[in-house]
Structure formats: C-alpha cells, structure tokens
Design a protein around this ligand. Sequence first.
Ligand code: PGA
Length: 262
Amino acid sequence: MSKKIIIGNWKMNPLSPKQAENLFRSILKAIPYKLKANVIICPPAIYLGFLKTKNYKLKVNLGAQDAFYEESGAYTGEISAEMLYYIGARYVILGHSERRSPPSAPSGGGEGESNLIINKKVRASLSAGLVPILCVGEKERDESHQYLNFIKKQIEECLKGVIKSSVSKIIIAYEPIWAIGKNAQRAAVPKEFLEMSIFIKKVLSDKFGAKAVEKTKIIYGGSVNPKNTADFLMEGETDGFLVGRDSLDPKKFREIIKICEA
Ligand code: PGA
C-alpha cells in the first residue's frame, strides 16, 4: 500500500509566530518518530522560514498555500515559487476554492483566480521544484451531472502544457465547495469521493495517457475529521486528505494521522 498523504492547511492561522511555533511543536510531539505517512504542514508563508528551523527531526514536510507564477520582479505583495522553495517549502496548495471564488461568494473572500492563472502557477511551481497540490471542486451538484464537466474543465485548464513526466508528481485534492469550512452543508460521503476520484483519473488518463497518471495521487478535502477518516480510506479508497479546521487541533490532527497509519 502506498504512503498516505495528510496535508494540514492552516489557512490564515494562527495569529502570532509564537502561536505558530506552539502549534507546530504540539503536532511534532504528537506524531510518531518514524512516520509511515507523508505529513505536509502548510502554514501562512511568513511562518515557513522559522518553522523550517523547528522541524529538526524532519518529521513533516512544509508547504505553502499559494505561489506566484513569475520568478521575481515588480509584483507587489507576491511571493514566487522559487522564493518558497528557498525558504523550505516543498509543496504548494494551488487553486484552493477560497482563492478561486470572487470575494462575494459564500465560500469566502478569495481573489477570484481563474483556471488560466492557476495553470501558470502550476507550471511555475513545477519548474521551481515544488509539488503542486491542485484543488478542484464544484460549488453544487446538479441532477444532470453538469458538475462533472466543471471538474473536467478545471483539471484540463489547470494542467494545460504540463509535461507528461510531471503529472505523476502532482497531487489532486478533490474538495467540493459545499463540504468545506464551518458553513459546510456536510462532508462528502466516501462513495461520492470514490466516484469522483475514478472520474478524475479518467480525465487525467485521457489527457496524459494511463501510464503517466498511474502514480498521481487523488486526495479528499472538506470537513475531514477523526470520525470520517477511516471511511474515506476504506470505502473512498483515498490516497490522503487535505485538512483545514482539524489541522489546527493537534489532538484531532494526530488522530487523523494515526488512522491513516494503521
Ligand atoms: P475544512 O477545510 O477541513 O475546514 O473543511 C478544508 C480546506 O478548505 O482545505
């Protein structure tokens, strides 16, 4: 069985470096020395540098929550994929729904990023040596299954121009918007995820060929908690999880990791 991937998306938390250090320490303390899973912590970018120095036993990997597509230059406020690599990130979340959706959308004040922008970020991240964690997900499900076309378009447009040999490195996180955050209607059920991950694999193999996408990991995100982890692993056959709220609670996060390791 391949290594499960557990990603903690801290979003815009916690408030101070001290709190970030404490949270990071508690997570490191709570997880076993010889981890069988691949745990990736994605804090706000300003904490990456100093958390790297606290990751002395290299138990976890560090990731960013976004990356800009140009290497350097006159882009006020942006952080490039190369800069993130130099500071210690090895993964990067791209296309999270909180960045895709316009500020007025109920899923939160994002920047309204398009597939085109995300595609540039995917390609720039790959060339900087970062592993993209590409988020896809529909806002709602309709009976005529139009949402499947929506997901297909997200994948095709976000991965345009990516070379075949890079596709196995990319992690696809299926995060239905209706299942994310404290306003979530509900978490998806494992069967919904399984169907979607089969669909995503099909879209990927139609685009890149079955061989090239054999190793591409597809993970689930949206209200992941210690209670639904086992079901998503067994019935949903997920390769791992993208965890929001419960990654800020060391006890719950550890519980999720423990279940993945078992
Ligand atoms: P959640 O967030 O686990 O709090 O639902 C998941 C995400 O947005 O990545």
